[in-house]
Design a protein around this ligand. Structure first.
Ligand SMILES: [Ca+2]
Length: 402
């Protein structure tokens, strides 16, 4: 649906939408996801830094609970702070587009995890592992998404010290090399806690970020960086300095999994077996333990990678658009990608839309009539709106009564 048609369709409805109405009684599931990152950023592999840039560009979508510097190598808290400081240089632009967290608030939740690998044990807790327990124990109905871009050392230690947090966290780990660097931590979780833990263990699917699928033209791992990331903002320039300007981002599927239903209309965070920007997985013999469709060492594991790469156009275009936010406040910088699925707002989904005769989309007392704000609403609320005392999500599904 192009923009004109979309606005035309929008004109049919009465949408009274204001911040004052929304956050307090937002239907369950529409709140920002709580995210706890464990990263070996600054250690051995610059692709964590690429992923951190992408994460910061989407930081308005998350409630960032923590960013922990974890093993296996020499990544430290200071390495994370250094990237947040780059984010700070773009922050004044970014915050005109959406509710981005302040750089200070991100620095405040940056913690140091273990400095070496190994199985968890008594007294081996760190600031990072302790903080995971603290955040998991917060009284909040939302799960705590623990996404790991390095070894599972700190997560294993937290579970060792306080096994009850298992029921509050959802773990999405990027394995493979990270696992081999601390096999003991991973095996501790798998052998002792797998049955009570919700866990996506991604050992090969993540490679779909930079392998398989359409890598032509703007989607090549170098052209994408040069043309669509590097030119924008301090974060773009920093990205270009990493890995010789070649996109890898093997850790990014962990965050794309959470974003996919919100931004891509694909997937269901509750169901890893569904298709998602963050990949598709199979249930193992444990209750909520998911692994790749094919094993890492299978002769052909492209099937796993393709569950990410098939979405490359969608998540690459989306990221490229947002990179522009780093240096402009001009709403026109967001062009026709602000579309909604054709399934939105059809008569069978909204029973009485045609009786509406007034348009008013209000936000913070202002009339919403530009792409920037429409995108904002879509991304934050899934274009949820209320009508006749009922809340609807972006697909026109009734989500709750007022
Ligand atoms: Ca990593």
């Amino acid at each position: 649906m192009d923009r004109f048609l979309f606005l035309l369709v929008l004109c049919v409805f009465t949408i009274n939408f204001s911040l004052a109405e929304l956050p307090e009684d937002r239907p369950q599931g529409m709140e920002k996801p709580r995210v706890f990152i464990s990263t070996d950023l600054g250690g051995d592999d610059e692709d964590d830094m690429q992923t951190m840039v992408r994460y910061l560009i989407y930081a308005d979508m998350f409630e960032t609970e923590a960013i922990v510097a974890s093993p296996p190598k020499a990544g430290r808290k200071e390495d994370i702070v250094r990237i947040i400081n780059i984010y700070e240089k773009d922050y004044n632009y970014l915050k005109t587009w959406s509710w981005y967290p302040t750089p200070e608030s991100l620095r405040n939740v940056t913690k140091q995890g273990a400095s070496g690998t190994g199985a968890p044990g008594a007294g081996k807790n760190t600031e990072g592992s302790d903080y995971l327990i603290t955040r998991a124990q917060v009284d909040d109905p939302r799960p705590l998404w623990v996404i790991t871009w390095g070894s599972l050392t700190d997560v294993a230690q937290a579970i060792y010290d306080e096994p009850t947090i298992k029921s509050k966290i959802r773990l999405y780990s990027i394995g493979s090399w990270n696992t081999r660097m601390d096999q003991a931590a991973r095996d501790y979780i798998a052998s002792e806690h797998k049955d009570e833990l919700w866990w996506i263990e991604n050992d090969v699917t993540f490679r779909g970020m930079y392998q398989t699928g359409d890598l032509s033209g703007n989607y090549s791992n170098t052209t994408f960086v040069n043309k669509l990331v590097a030119p924008y903002g301090n974060l773009g320039a920093f990205y270009k300095s990493l890995k010789a300007g070649v996109l890898k981002e093997g850790d990014s599927p962990s965050m794309l999994y959470i974003l996919s239903p919100l931004l891509g209309f694909a997937g269901d965070v509750d169901d890893p077996t569904a298709e998602s920007w963050g990949g598709q997985f199979r249930l193992t013999d444990a209750t909520n333990h998911y692994q790749d469709l094919t094993t890492e060492n299978a002769s052909d594991n492209s099937k796993s990678k393709q569950t990410v790469s098939k979405w490359r156009k969608e998540f690459a275009d989306h990221f490229a658009n947002r990179m522009k936010w780093t240096e402009t406040t001009n709403p026109d910088a967001l062009p026709d990608t602000t579309t909604v699925p054709d399934t939105c707002y059809t008569s069978d989904q909204l029973d009485s839309y045609d009786t509406c005769d007034v348009i008013s989309v209000h936000y913070k007392g202002q009339n919403i009539n530009n792409n920037r704000d429409l995108q904002f609403f879509r991304e934050h609320f899934g274009f949820m709106f209320s009508k006749d005392g009922k809340f609807y999500d972006f697909k026109g599904r009734k989500t709750s009564e007022e």
